[in-house]
Ligand binder design. Structure first.
Ligand SMILES: [Zn+2]
Length: 158
């Protein structure tokens, strides 16, 4: 059963990205169900202002550093990325049992790879196991340029 949050976050995405990520989520749900684990899409499109607030955490605001991405430097700012959350018996595994979550993400990363979806668990500099994205061969610079020339419409990116 999908939560409202999952449905809304999938609905916030670029439509072509959603067309790839929706079946991915369905496969992840099928993989996790026998383990008694559920998945939520806890983040989808993130506005440039929200990205700025997130970037400030651990830098100019209290808290830990949660992203390396400045506004416009995250694929979330283009509606091409999602963050997942894994839950078991009401427990948020990512936070309470990160080792268990990461074992599951390693398997989820393989599902993503088969579908041509990029997993941030393989990134060298700043690994983000809950993060998945589809960039359609665009660089961030190209995405930014397209956004700035199309009135910041994420549906016109790809
Ligand atoms: Zn993310």
């Amino acid at each position: 059963m999908r939560t409202k949050r999952t449905i809304e976050n999938l609905g916030s995405l670029n439509k072509k990205a959603a067309a790839k990520l929706e079946p991915f989520i369905a496969q992840v749900e099928a993989f996790l169900a026998p383990k008694g684990v559920t998945v939520e899409v806890i983040s989808g499109l993130r506005s440039w202002a929200a990205q700025a607030a997130l970037y400030a955490s651990g830098r100019t605001k209290p808290g830990r550093i949660v992203t390396k991405a400045r506004p416009g430097s995250s694929w979330h700012n283009y509606g091409l990325a999602i963050d997942l959350g894994l839950f078991k018996g009401g427990i948020y595994l990512d936070e309470k049992k990160p080792a268990e979550a990461d074992k599951l993400y390693a398997e989820i990363g393989k599902i993503a790879a088969k579908l041509g979806i990029e997993w941030a668990g393989t990134w060298k500099s700043f690994t983000e196991t809950p993060h998945f994205q589809v960039t359609f061969g665009l660089s961030l610079a190209q995405a930014r340029q397209k956004m700035e020339s199309n009135g910041k419409d994420i549906q016109k990116l790809v």
